[in-house]
Design a protein around this ligand. Structure first.
Ligand SMILES: [Zn+2]
Length: 93
């Protein structure tokens, strides 16, 4: 299966986080690389979606869509920050 990029799960992430997340900065817990969610490597396999680090290949996020909810495992992420939100105000100091 061909991987796609994070833009492919923009709609799914809106369902999960309630906001547009493709521009959010995701930091890999394994290698420490930060890059926009839109640039991550996404494998879409029913019923789950696996999001991997483009640098080291570690699994950053697993999202499983169920009938009325989406199950999310973010354990591979060290940090996830949304530009302009209160969550990301430790950016540059
Ligand atoms: Zn990594």
């Amino acid at each position: 299966m061909e991987p796609v990029d994070g833009n492919a799960i923009g709609g799914l992430l809106i369902d999960v986080f309630g906001t547009e997340m493709t521009a959010a900065s995701a930091t890999c817990a394994a290698c420490g690389t930060s890059r926009p969610v839109a640039e991550l490597v996404v494998y879409q396999r029913a019923p789950g979606t696996v999001v991997r680090c483009r640098t080291c290949g570690s699994v950053l996020m697993v999202l499983v869509r169920r009938t009325h909810a989406v199950g999310v495992d973010l354990s591979g992420l060290a940090h996830l920050s949304q530009p302009g939100s209160a969550l990301s105000e430790r950016a540059s100091s």
